[in-house]
Design a protein around this ligand. Structure first.
Ligand code: PLP
Length: 432
């Protein structure tokens, strides 16, 4: 009988996969806590939370139970002209924990759609007010998703190259790397001074896809203050950072100035189902609240606010807000810190950085890019160690489910040390 892997190769086209170069896919038959188990019985530690979504571990029984019950009550319902308990309760509960000033929740399906909605909300906001502001500003190398609007506000890269001339014009400010913060802040201010900026969109504190690039809360605070000063909207894209990845529930909780719009997805349902949220402040909603139908936000998806997904999100919230989750996040952060302190002087480490539960190690190879050749070697090395790790070029990172134990983290750290040792030995060998 053919394996799942063999059947897959005949019928599936995988995301972000050069199918000719990388035809194999590992067939996972079960998820259990931090582990993914394949059809041959191998157990892999999911060190990257399956593309940053899994918060509490795979197949969490509490989420499964709640979802299973909801399936027998209401599985789906059109969300224009109708509503339901899970959507309303989730909105109420999210507004309780989101940055102050958020007052309405708009549902969609994933991170990219949450961003699309944020972009449309902010552009139409100014349009509805009769004010000409159409410019969007983002950080260099940003990643906000794969739909066209989300691609437009993302850095121009290999991901967007085939579509570059079709993407609307966005201004990018330099990334605030250490020592260049002021340059980045000044560049934003110069753009804001034109009075044409509709919104500034940003991944707060950590640019994920760019290579877990990190910057300080102080810089984020200054960006936000400038946007307020020059009356540009702030879109806080917490799709990756939301629900405790950086320590507190949201990355913008590290600062005091509030955004106007917040995008959430990934960990929102604990990673069990796709759901996107665009939360906004009252003044945004008010600009659409009018007798004139032309001021309506004409956006929606078939599965908007699906009750099963909302139920999964409510169950995940119960778990996130439990003290045990805060404790786990603190433990992960502490373990990362100790590990980083122990290896940061290693000659092959260009940079090691950490924000909350995320740690990234940039290996010295000369070039830093997604297509760094080393990437495939690293990927295979960790798979061989039964760890799911998707290096971003020469950058390896751990972004684990919160249920990971210290022993499991220690195992990953040990494998990273072994990798460094192997790479060093290779470099030292005369045949290298
Ligand atoms: C900050 C950020 N925004 C948006 C997205 C897009 O989310 P999705 O993959 O669910 O469309 C991502 C995905 O990695 C992300 O990291």
């Amino acid at each position: 009988m053919a394996t799942i892997r063999q059947r897959d190769s005949k019928v599936i086209w995988h995301p972000y996969t050069p199918m000719k170069i990388w035809p194999e896919a590992i067939a996972i038959v079960k998820g259990e806590g931090v582990y993914l188990i394949d059809e041959d019985g191998n157990r892999y530690i999911d060190a990257i939370s399956s593309w940053w979504v899994t918060l509490h571990g795979h197949s969490h029984p509490y989420i499964a139970e709640k979802v299973s019950k909801q399936l027998t009550v209401l599985e789906h319902c059109i969300f224009a002209g109708f509503t339901h308990e899970p959507a309303v309760t989730l909105a109420e509960r999210l507004l309780d924990i989101l940055p102050q000033g958020m007052s309405k929740i708009f549902y969609s399906d994933n991170g990219s759609t949450a961003v699309e909605v944020a972009i449309k909300m902010s552009l139409q906001y100014w349009n509805n007010k009769g004010i000409k502001k159409k410019k969007l500003v983002a950080l260099e190398n940003a990643y906000h998703g794969d739909t066209f609007g989300a691609m437009a506000v993302s850095g121009r890269s290999v991901f967007t190259e085939a579509f570059t001339d079709l993407l609307f014009d966005v201004s990018f400010v330099p990334f605030p790397s250490k020592g260049n913060e002021q340059q980045s802040i000044d560049a934003l201010e110069t753009l804001l001074k034109t009075g044409k900026v509709a919104a500034f969109i940003v991944e707060p504190l950590v640019q994920g896809s760019a290579g877990m690039m990190m910057y300080s809360p102080d810089t984020l605070e200054q960006y936000f203050q400038l946007c307020k000063k020059y009356d540009a909207l702030i879109i806080d894209d917490e799709v990756m950072t939301g629900f405790g990845r950086t320590g507190p529930l949201f990355a913008c909780d590290h600062i005091s100035t509030q955004p106007d719009i917040v995008c959430l997805s990934k960990g929102l349902t604990g990673g069990s189902m796709p759901l996107g949220i665009t939360a906004c402040a009252q003044h945004i909603f008010d600009a659409f609240y009018d007798d004139d139908r032309m001021k309506t936000l004409y956006h929606g998806h078939s599965f908007t606010a699906n009750p099963i997904m909302c139920t999964a999100a409510l169950a995940s919230l119960d778990l996130v807000l439990d003290d045990a989750c805060t404790k786990s996040r603190d433990q992960i952060a502490e373990a990362h810190k100790t590990f980083a302190a122990g290896i940061h002087d290693h000659p092959l480490i260009g940079d090691i950085r950490q924000t909350g539960t995320i740690i990234a190690i940039e290996l010295k190879t000369g070039i830093t890019s997604y297509h760094n050749n080393l990437r495939d070697e690293l990927y295979r090395f960790f798979l061989g160690k039964r760890i799911v790790m998707r290096p971003l070029g020469n950058i390896i990172y751990i972004l684990p489910p919160y249920c990971i134990t210290i022993a499991e983290l220690e195992y990953i750290y040990g494998c990273i040390k072994e990798l460094l040792y192997e790479l060093q030995a290779k470099q030292a060998s005369p045949t290298h």
